[in-house]
Design a protein. Structure first.
Length: 198
């Protein structure tokens, strides 16, 4: 692993996204270990959060099933779900220790972090071509990231016990699917890679 060409991508570890998960403590603990391990080796840490302004939320087209279903449930503003850009529940989870000056933070308004953001450009600017992917949900943000990452020619590692989904069976199915596009490692295996990174 080349530390200068690798980034740790932490997807949607924010209170509003963790509410439907089991064993959140283990997920946060594993993610925190990875963040600390990455920083120790000079690996770029990227925090991604999903959060909307009122205008962005209102402009979601009805063709977008993932987000437009909220309006059908009577939800008119992102704050009703805890996803307004300024809501505490839409911030990076405080147990991860906060965003540091050398980290990148991306706010997104779609499941994937590459859509409507400058993430790809920031990675190119830093000559990063390898992503270590963590976060929630496995069948949503992680899936979209892997699919986009394939198209953009990134090497990818999925940290299986630092990803989670409200449906554990679906998580396992997704992890098996990702084997075609990425290397699948545990947190401990990934930390070993970090420690030996050049």
């Amino acid at each position: 692993m080349n530390a200068s060409k690798t980034a740790l991508l932490v997807l949607d570890i924010q209170p509003a996204c963790l509410a439907k998960l089991n064993d959140v403590e283990k997920l946060i603990d594993n993610t925190k270990k990875l963040v600390e391990g990455a920083r120790a080796k000079g690996i770029t840490v990227i925090f991604v959060r999903v959060a909307f302004t009122d205008e962005e939320f209102q402009n979601i087209p009805s063709t977008n099933k993932t987000f437009s279903r909220f309006s059908k449930m009577g939800i008119k503003t992102p704050s009703q779900m805890g996803f307004h850009a300024d809501d505490e529940s839409a911030q990076i989870h405080p147990d991860l220790g906060g965003v540091q000056p050398n980290d990148i933070q991306i706010r997104k308004i779609r499941p994937g972090p590459f859509t409507n953001t400058d993430l790809h450009q920031q990675l190119q600017n830093r000559k990063i071509d390898n992503l270590v992917i963590t976060g929630v949900a496995t069948a949503n943000a992680v899936l979209t990231t892997v699919r986009n990452g394939m198209d953009l020619d990134y090497g990818m590692i999925i940290v299986t016990d630092a990803c989670a989904d409200p449906d554990p069976e679906l998580h396992n199915t997704m992890i098996k699917t990702f084997e075609r596009a990425a290397e699948i490692l545990t947190t401990e295996e990934t930390l070993q890679r970090f420690s030996s990174a050049q």
